[in-house]
Ligand binder design. Structure first.
Ligand code: GLA
Length: 345
């Protein structure tokens, strides 16, 4: 049959704390946001392909259903955003073709998970069946297939599992979630540094390998206690491990601070997370460092840190309501609230 349209929305996310911990089964504390991607799929009887059109790009992408596509073929698709579409189709294996219209109000490449949001919206529109966690896993597999970066599940899980009013403590070891209410008197402000980055082009994979090297020396980083990394001989690997181990501890301290209404402490932990990402993990840039320090100088800002993979993208600040929003230029920041996860519309 044709003419029937299935629409889905999937949000982007901002990670409040717990960065570069997901791929070692660590802790993160993200929230889904109101910005995101909407995908509308119209089935066309007998169509042998999924044609995906995005308002953001001129050329549509065509993905054949018989996708005997090898990984190499998917990674060679031009324009590059088509690789996500092809990877989702390859992962889902939909039986029917048709046309997908995609719209998004998320900035691309800014660290708010525009790609995860695209993958989830497209998967749901194409008829994904399963619970939210399976959706996240399926889209994580698609992401890895599309670009070959060994990314963790933070982005897809945040988009799938979001709940209005709540951030979530995500345990990437057993994939359990504890929802953490955000106090009403705060704003979460995401500020774009203007530096764009693609995870595949960064040292993401190198960091993953360094974590593996650390785990060979001291066992799972998730189980390590602060200080355990001191027995790692290579000083660089020891610093990478120190970031991960201390960041896991900061996630729980942050959740506790929020629950106790200690916003100054929550902000301090965000600043400390940034310092650890910049110093020990070396995924910050001078622009991100400057932006975070600049934001911290405003009255009512509790803390600020880079969010996402780093190497550019956005800084997230925890502030008293209204403390930053009126003081920043219109176009380079978003005041985001914790929003519901991916869903059919
Ligand atoms: C990217 C990846 C996530 C996570 C973050 C860093 O967003 O997609 O899996 O590793 O970087 O926390």
């Amino acid at each position: 049959m044709s003419g029937e349209i299935r629409r889905a929305f999937a949000p982007g996310r901002v990670n409040l704390i717990g960065e570069h911990t997901d791929y070692t089964g660590g802790l993160c504390l993200p929230m889904a946001i109101g910005l995101g991607t909407t995908a509308s799929f119209e089935r066309l009887l007998g169509s042998p392909e999924v044609l995906v059109r995005s308002r953001l790009y001129r050329e549509p992408v065509r993905v054949g259903l018989d996708l005997s596509a090898t990984t190499e073929a998917i990674r060679a698709i031009e324009p590059p955003w088509g690789r996500y579409a092809a990877a989702v189709v390859a992962t889902l294996g939909p039986k029917e073709g048709g046309v997908v219209e995609v719209e998004s109000d998320l900035p691309v490449g800014a660290g708010l998970s525009s790609s995860a949001s695209f993958e989830l919206a497209l998967s749901l529109a194409l008829g994904f069946e399963g619970d939210a966690l399976s959706l996240a896993k399926s889209c994580q597999a698609a992401e890895q297939l599309a670009f070959g970066s060994p990314t963790g599940i933070l982005d897809q899980a945040s988009s799938a599992l979001g709940r209005a009013g709540f951030a979530m403590r995500l345990d990437c070891h057993d994939l359990s979630v504890r929802y953490v209410p955000l106090p009403e008197e705060v704003d979460i402000v995401v500020v774009d540094s203007g530096e764009t980055r693609a995870v595949a082009e960064t040292a993401y994979e190198e960091r993953r390998l360094q974590c593996l090297a650390a785990e060979e020396a001291i066992g799972p980083l998730r189980q390590a206690a602060p200080g355990d990394e001191k027995s790692i001989k290579d000083p660089l690997i020891a610093r990478r491990a120190r970031h991960v181990v201390s960041e896991n501890a900061r996630v729980d301290a942050f959740a506790e601070a929020l629950a106790g209404g200690d916003l100054a402490e929550a902000g301090r932990l965000m600043d400390e997370s940034h310092a650890s990402l910049a110093g020990d993990y070396e995924v910050s840039t001078p622009t991100l460092d400057e932006l975070a320090s600049h934001l911290r100088r405003f009255e009512g800002v509790f803390g600020a840190r880079l969010t996402g993979a780093g190497f550019g993208g956005c800084v997230v600040a925890l502030t008293r309501s209204g403390a930053l929003s009126t003081r920043l230029a219109r176009n380079d920041h978003w005041v985001v609230g914790p929003a519901a996860g991916a869903r059919l519309l």
